[in-house]
Design a protein around this ligand. Sequence first.
Ligand SMILES: Cc1ncc(COP(=O)(O)O)c(C=O)c1O
Length: 404
Amino acid sequence: MNGRSPIMQDGLVLSLDQVLARQSFKWRQYSPGVLAACVADMDLGTAPAVRTALAQLLQRVDLTYPLRDGRKADRAVARAFAARMHRLYGWAAEADQALVLPDLVQATFAAVMAFSDPGDGVVVQVPHYAPFREAVEGTGRRLVPLAMRAGADGHYFDFEALERAVDARTRVLILCNPHNPTGRVAIRAELEAVLAFAERHALVVVSDEIHADLVYPGARHLPFASLSAAAAARTVTLNSATKSFNIAGLRCAVAHFGTAALQARFHARVPARLTGAVNNLGIDATVAAWNDGQPWLDAALAHLLAMRDHLAETLRRELPAIRFHVPQGTYLLWMDCAALELGRPAAEFFLQHARVALSPGEVFDAGAPHCARLNFATSRPILDDILERMIAAVRAHQRRPVHA
Ligand SMILES: Cc1ncc(COP(=O)(O)O)c(C=O)c1O
């Protein structure tokens, strides 16, 4: 322990004691003893650059209305976003076309409300991150499904079914890439097919790229708006440092409009004042993460890659009936447990019999209670405990007496 408090969180990966010391939604929503592999937070610390920025702010008790470099503080986030997009992807995103707001879900709601009317169709991948459905159905729009079909080596867009589902009142397409929950990272040809579809049907594309930093060797993230000027003209890009730097509690995100005209269309329906202002901690942490956090992110990605591969190998060896594709991005693995014949939703089975909390498949797709999402952004010992418990629960289930 080196005389340090067991809850000091300055290492890359946290111990079980350290994660339990956090008052996190991921770990605190279940009864004691349950291992949490659900909510998309990591059992990791965050970048030293982020910690330093936060410590300096608190040391100065600098919690008043902020100004950075003589301008409104949110502009520092917009500039850091634009610089990062240029550095990583060669995409010349205009800082002035970035709206900085507290969260991406809010941005998704705002974009749906700005670019469609009640009764209009909004295309959403299925399975999908649950708040996308809320943003569509909760605002009186109709969900037009874009199925992600499991193929030989990943999940692919089913455009044929989408062509049959789309209608003249479909206005928006919400794209999530890298994809939560399947971990698929779309290649250029697929994104170009999405663009062609959006152009054919005059859709605005809301491209949630929150998992963009979390991509493993062999795959590459491409911002949708960077495909072409035509793509940018119809795209709102959503991004934040919150997933990759593990700072979801700080509430700071970017909605970037590919053209000033698209930005003006948005603000005609959603005044900037309505999405509010972001807080000093979120601003300084985001700028520090994007400008100076890369060494930590590289180390975190190496750890996540090792956990992903260990998880995939163990599942293949010990639970071969579970079908999955190795995620190319995100720290989430989408499991199809149908062949286990659990007799109830997969997440419910594992919570009850393994004391492991997974994200229920039915939250991502009403037709997929046999699926569950496992968050592998944890330490090797915690991941091993999770796997041991799941394996034991399935073996016990398979040994149960079967009544005719
Ligand atoms: C695809 C996706 N979008 C958005 C979010 C959440 O973003 P925020 O916390 O900024 O609302 C998540 C969180 O897991 C996510 O997976």
